[in-house]
Design a protein around this ligand. Structure first.
Ligand code: GLA
Length: 392
């Protein structure tokens, strides 16, 4: 995470006002891909990459949003905010404002500085981190508080209804509710969850294929539509099945022939992935790391072959990790079609693992990957700079 004290200085220099500072993490998903919008199970962890948001009030009725990452500032009238997205980075914070306004909040004038180190377009939820950091910052000015699940829903709505990306709830939920050293098994039907401790002697090694991915891209939308088509076929026979969460492999055996071939494969991934996700949480809870690793490997095969959401580079990154010392499990994480793999690795082996994986990938694929050794971090929070403020 970038240094909040540096962000404070930038905000002070730019806006001549003392900010309050908030941080919202990105995430890595251990298992449970494209299951969230089917009301299924996911098991992500928040990571130590985050978006920081510094906010202070203004008295001129303007909303000024500065992105340090883009080096750009945008200025709006608080009472005449844009009603629709325009494909700009500011869509994410504006989406949050739009949902808060719909919820009946009067948006005040403020200055907001955003600064993040979640790699963009890498499947680590940089957009959710921006939304959640913005939401916490603006809610602090409004003096309003929401429960973790409600806050995650607002941010998901910002992305669905304003930005126009049809994502599920996973990314926003874990950014708000993550816990240090834990993964979180989330039931996306009712948003109940169980924290799953990650063994202290393991590391989350995140390997970036450097192939860009976007949830707003057409592949994500196509997959989601195929999942919904498959569900509609089952629902013709079993009307109580509203989401694939309620469907079984037996349903596919009985009625799969009525589905388009791709819809059948996508559904098989989602249905079996739900089972694997719950099983992986149970395996971790009983300390069965080998079992967890096998489930991650099966999840990657299903994601690659049935869901067809991998790419040659991600398949190579997973394959090249297989015989490296310390590997427990590896798979492509996030929305698919590029981005990062997650490798659960024995902590003591992690540095050598990262170095050798990078070397192998570069030799085979011809791209130098970025590999990060991460820990599961806490969810979104206010960052207190008390000692620093007193000194200044
Ligand atoms: C993206 C979406 C999530 C989820 C994953 C796939 O990260 O934002 O809601 O659907 O893809 O598991």
């Amino acid at each position: 995470m970038h240094d909040p004290a540096v962000l404070r200085s930038m905000h002070l220099a730019r806006f001549k006002a003392e900010p309050a500072i908030f941080a919202a993490p990105g995430r890595v998903n251990l298992i449970g891909e494209h299951t969230d919008y089917a009301e299924g199970f996911v098991m992500p962890a928040a990571i130590d990459f985050a978006t920081l948001a510094a906010i202070s009030r203004r008295s001129d009725g303007k909303v000024v949003i500065y992105s340090e990452n883009f080096g750009k500032e945008r200025v709006f009238e608080a009472d005449a905010l844009p009603p629709a997205a325009n494909g700009h980075w500011s869509d994410y914070p504006l989406g949050v404002l739009s949902i808060l306004a719909e919820e009946g909040h009067r948006i005040p004038g403020f200055s907001l500085c955003l600064w993040g180190d979640v790699p963009l377009g890498s499947g680590l939820s940089s957009s959710a981190a921006v939304e959640v950091a913005t939401a916490l910052a603006v809610l602090s000015l409004l003096g309003a508080r929401y429960s973790g699940p409600a806050l995650a829903r607002f941010c998901q709505r910002a992305e669905n209804e304003f930005v126009g990306a049809n994502c599920g709830i996973m990314d926003q939920f874990i950014s708000v509710n993550g816990e240090e050293n834990h993964a979180l098994l989330l039931d996306c039907r009712d948003l109940s969850y169980k924290l799953v401790p990650l063994p202290h002697d393991t590391a989350l090694v995140i390997a970036n294929t450097m192939v860009k991915h976007a949830v707003s891209g057409s592949e994500y939308t196509t997959r989601r539509a195929e999942v919904e088509d498959a569900c509609a076929v089952i629902a013709r026979h079993r009307p109580e099945v509203r989401f694939l969460r309620d469907a079984t492999v037996e349903d596919l055996e009985r009625w799969g022939a009525e589905m388009a071939p791709n819809a059948l494969k996508r559904a098989r991934h989602v249905i079996t992935e739900n089972q694997r996700t719950v099983a992986a949480a149970e395996a971790l809870l009983r300390g069965d790391l080998a079992g967890t690793g096998r489930l991650m490997a099966a999840a990657h095969r299903s994601y690659s072959h049935d869901f067809e959401a991998s790419c040659p580079e991600a398949d190579a990154m997973v394959e090249l990790a297989q015989d490296l010392p310390g590997l427990i499990g590896a798979r492509l994480t996030g929305g698919g079609f590029g981005g990062c793999t997650i490798n659960l690795v024995n902590r003591k082996d992690a540095p050598a693992f990262a170095e050798r994986l990078a070397g192998r990938y570069e030799a085979q694929v011809g791209i130098r990957p970025e590999i990060h050794i991460c820990r599961a971090s806490g969810g979104a929070r206010r960052v207190e700079l008390g000692a620093l403020t007193e000194r200044s």
